[in-house]
Design a protein around this ligand. Structure first.
Ligand SMILES: [Zn+2]
Ligand SMILES: [Zn+2]
Length: 56
């Protein structure tokens, strides 16, 4: 598995279909969110602004 920080993130959006499953952003700790962007490679979970920042 790639190390976070060296990963060329490939985010895909995950949406919760239950209020029991919510996520906090791994980068800015915002949340909880009912949807999250998860990197398919390193499993980093971020909010939308952070996913864009992490990719830049
Ligand atoms: Zn990644
Ligand atoms: Zn964030």
């Amino acid at each position: 598995m790639a190390k976070p920080g060296k990963c060329e993130h490939a985010f895909k959006i995950i949406k919760s279909d239950t209020t029991l499953i919510l996520w906090n952003c791994n980068m800015c700790h915002s949340g909880p969110h009912w949807y999250i962007y998860e990197c398919a490679r390193c499993k980093l979970k971020t909010c939308k602004p952070c996913s864009e920042k992490a990719r830049a």
